[in-house]
Design a protein around this ligand. Structure first.
Ligand SMILES: Cc1ncc(COP(=O)(O)O)c(C=O)c1O
Length: 394
C-alpha cells in the first residue's frame, strides 16, 4: 500500500501530546476543566429540534437529499442575509448550503488552487484555510495578524509578486482565535487589494451573531464590490448551537458558488433533509435565544477576563466570538505553558501555535463551558497562581 505524498505535506497534529495527557489524567480519575473546545455547551433551541423530528418522520426525507439544498432553505438563507445585513442574494445562484462550513472551506481550494499556486492565509488562523490549500497541492502564504495591527493583516506588507501569484485570500472576522473584529472600512481595503491582484476573497464569518456590549458585526457581503470579488462562508453551528447537526452555507459571487457546487455535487450528496428543514426553522423562527445566549457568554467572558488579568495573563476584551486570546508570561512557549497549566492546575487550553507560528506567546480559552465548570476553572487558576507566586518568592 502506498499513500499519496500529499498526506506527508500536512503538518503534524499539534494536540496529540496534550490530548494524550488529558486522557491520562481523566483515566486516573482527575477532572480536567477544558477551555479548549469552541463547541457551544448551550442547547439547540427546542423549536428547531421539534421541526427536525417532524421532518425526520416524513418519508420524503428518507431519500437522497437535493445536493444543491432545498429551494426553501436557499430562500431562507437569502431572507436571513437581507434581514440581518441588508444584503440581497439570488437564492438560486448566490447561495449554497454546506455540510457545515468547514466542508466548503476545505473543498473550495479545489476550485482555485492548481499545484504550486498560492493562497493568502491569516496566521494565526483556523487551520482548514491552509490545510485545504495544501491538499489541493498549493502553498499557503501566511499573513501575520499582529496585536499592534488589531489582528488585521497588513496588505502593504505582502510582496507584490506573492499577491500576483496568489489565487485566493482567506479572511475571518469576527476572528478565531484572536476574537478580533473588522469593520466595513477594512473589508473595503480587502476588496481593493483583491481587485488589484486578481484575487478571489473567501471570508469566513461563523461568529457574526456571537457579539457583546451591543456590537453588531458586519458581513463582508455588505462591502461594495464584495459580490464581484468573493464569497462568505457562514454557519448555523455557533448562532443556533447546531455544531452536531452539520449545516452551514456559502453566499456571494455566483461563479464561485457554482464552482464549489461542481466540486461538491461530484463528492457528496447534500445535507440530510430533516436537518435542512431544521435550518429553515432556525433562520425563519424566533431569534430570541441569540441575545439570551450572548448575555451568558458575556457574563462568562467578564468573569474569566477578570481572573486572567489578575494572574498576569493579559487579554483584550473580545467584542465578539466566544474566545479569549491571552498573552502568556515571557520565558514559556505556548505549548510549554499549556502543558504546565494542565499538569499543575488540571486546566486545558489551546496553545496559540495550534493556529500558526504567529500564535506563539498566546493561549486561547473558549467560553463554551458550563457556569459551574467555569467557576471551578477560575478557582483553580487563582489557586494555581497563588501557589506559583509563593514558590517564586521563596
Ligand atoms: C473560523 C471558523 N470557521 C469555520 C468553522 C466551522 O464551522 P462549521 O461547524 O460550520 O463547520 C469554525 C469552527 O470552529 C471556525 O472557528
Amino acid at each position: 500500500m502506498e499513500l499519496a505524498k500529499r498526506l506527508n505535506r500536512l503538518p503534524p497534529y499539534l494536540f496529540v501530546e496534550i490530548n494524550q495527557k488529558i486522557a491520562e489524567l481523566r483515566a486516573r480519575g482527575e477532572e480536567v476543566i477544558s477551555f479548549a473546545i469552541g463547541d457551544p455547551d448551550l442547547p439547540t433551541p427546542s423549536h428547531i429540534i421539534e421541526h427536525m423530528c417532524q421532518a425526520a418522520r416524513d418519508p420524503t426525507n428518507y431519500r437522497y437529499p437535493e445536493t444543491a439544498g432545498l429551494p426553501e432553505l436557499r430562500q431562507a438563507i437569502a431572507e436571513w442575509y437581507e434581514r440581518r445585513f441588508g444584503v440581497t442574494l439570488n437564492p438560486a445562484k448566490e447561495v449554497l448550503p454546506l455540510i457545515g462550513s468547514k466542508e466548503g472551506i476545505g473543498h473550495i481550494a479545489l476550485c482555485f488552487i492548481e499545484p504550486g499556486d498560492m493562497a493568502l492565509v491569516p496566521d494565526p488562523g483556523y487551520p482548514p484555510f491552509s490545510l485545504g490549500t495544501i491538499l489541493a497541492g498549493g502553498e499557503p502564504y501566511f499573513m501575520p495578524l499582529k496585536e499592534e495591527n488589531d489582528f488585521l493583516p497588513d496588505f502593504k506588507a505582502i510582496p507584490a509578486e506573492v499577491a500576483d501569484k496568489a489565487k485566493l485570500m482567506w479572511l475571518n472576522y469576527p476572528n478565531n482565535p484572536t476574537g478580533a473584529i473588522a469593520g466595513l472600512d477594512f473589508f473595503e481595503k480587502a476588496v481593493h487589494f483583491a481587485q488589484q491582484h486578481h484575487l478571489a476573497i473567501c471570508h469566513d464569518a461563523p461568529y457574526t451573531e456571537i457579539a457583546f456590549d451591543g456590537y453588531k458585526p458586519p458581513s463582508f457581503m455588505q462591502t461594495p464590490g464584495a459580490k464581484k470579488t468573493g464569497v462568505e462562508f457562514h454557519s448555523l453551528s455557533k448562532t443556533y448551537h447546531m455544531t452536531g447537526w452539520r449545516i452551514g452555507m456559502v453566499v456571494g459571487n455566483a461563479d464561485m458558488v457554482d464552482a464549489l457546487f461542481k466540486v461538491k455535487s461530484n463528492l457528496d450528496s447534500g445535507i440530510p433533509q430533516a436537518i435542512q428543514y431544521a435550518a429553515v426553522e432556525a433562520l425563519r423562527g424566533s431569534q430570541e435565544h441569540i441575545a439570551e445566549h450572548n448575555a451568558i457568554f458575556q457574563r462568562r467572558r467578564d468573569k474569566l477576563l477578570k481572573v486572567l488579568n489578575e494572574i498576569g495573563l493579559k487579554a483584550r476584551i473580545p467584542k465578539a466570538t466566544f474566545y479569549i486570546w491571552a498573552k502568556i508570561p515571557q520565558g514559556y512557549t505556548s505549548m510549554d505553558f499549556t502543558k504546565k497549566l494542565l499538569d499543575e492546575a488540571g486546566i486545558a487550553v489551546t496553545p496559540g501555535t495550534g493556529y500558526g507560528k504567529e500564535g506563539e506567546g498566546y493561549i486561547r480559552l473558549s467560553l463554551t463551558i458550563s457556569d459551574d465548570r467555569l467557576e471551578e476553572g477560575i478557582n483553580r487558576l487563582s489557586a494555581w497562581h497563588a501557589r506559583n507566586c509563593h514558590c517564586e518568592e521563596r
